[in-house]
Design a protein around this ligand. Sequence first.
Ligand code: GAL
Length: 428
Amino acid sequence: MSRKTMFRSLLVTLLVAATLLSACGTAAEPVAEELAGSVEIFSWWTAGGEADGLNAMYVVFDSLYPDIEIINATVAGGAGSNAKAVLATRMQSGDPPDSFQVHAGHELIDSWVVADAMEPVTFIFEENGWLDSYPPDVIDILSYDGEIWSVPVNIHRSNVLWYNRAVFEENGLTVPTSFDEFFAAAEVLSEAGVIPLALGDNGIWTAVHLFESVLLGSMGPEAYRGLWDGTTDWAGPEVAEALDTFAMMMEYVNEDHAALSWDQAAQYVADGDAAMTIMGDWAEGYFKSIGLTPDVEFGWAPSPGTAGSFIMLSDSFGLPLNAPNRENAIAWLIVCGSQEGQDAFNPLKGSIPARTDGDRSLYDVYLQSAMDDFATNAIVPSLAHGAAASEGWSTSVSDVMTFFITDLDVTAAQAGLVQACVDAGVCE
Ligand code: GAL
């Protein structure tokens, strides 16, 4: 460890301690480190909840580095549906931001690391003593060629069914745990004039998102995992069944689904116009950002058929090669990976810390349940959020879903999915 980095680590520790003490009203102002200038942080967090979480991390950063101006470079569009293209253009033209949001797993490694676009961040983990602060499996999905390539801020769950509690009570319903129960409830809701399932697929990723939950619910975690290494047959009956189920679900979604975003769909549930939505737990952050309380106005359950399994994804921040303000970017990454940064960010974001030492008391009843599930469930990777498959494969599945969501042609969609696996080089 260089003297400078030792000094930086020590100073950060002292500053964080000073900040915490001062938050308790007992200690002095934090002392600024001598970093100045700016740092450009690139992400797609603009919706309620996700933007609040990001902002909370900025507040921590600002208290430690008051002389660094944060440039909040966001490109709206859930799941990076617009941001990723903007980022690619910037990276290709030699204009990287100082740090950017990237999903751990294939999105990080296949898109950026093997393309030699990133600097490893193993040294940040070592200098800050983080190697023991993260679950080995999380370190593993951030690693390639003996190095760690980004700093994770959270763990999100994709397979969650969110529901409006009052609507369920008024209609005498309990939360569905299987597809049969889901369709029975959907029938009751439809007859009562409530949209059973809210979907906002103006970005096609939400259809892929719904589909990954349906795949898992149709085949269970072992077979679902096998989809991504070629051991589960994409031409098999379980995939056909998942497509059938998805097509049936489309009969119960809002007619304007193609015009809405994920958060607008969540708003339908909040307003009671719709009863349910299947979305990652950033929806929890959204519900809270509009003043709702978990277990009061809204409830949750694993999406149908997926109890005991947790589709995971992790948001992380990386250090591009030639980051214009490298030292400031490292300061940002240290905040991202710190307990303080994560405990400021995640309670608002609707995610749980990637670290193992988050302060559980800061997390609400939903998030505590997610912590317990993450510790005990079968963990499987998300396709829609960069963990399960390469960006190219995930884009091919999106293309299939773009057609499928309108023509509901199961045979054609399955043929497209089979081909997508072949094109990805995973299936023969
Ligand atoms: C996901 C991301 C989440 C959330 C969501 C909607 O891809 O991992 O953090 O931002 O998109 O924007």
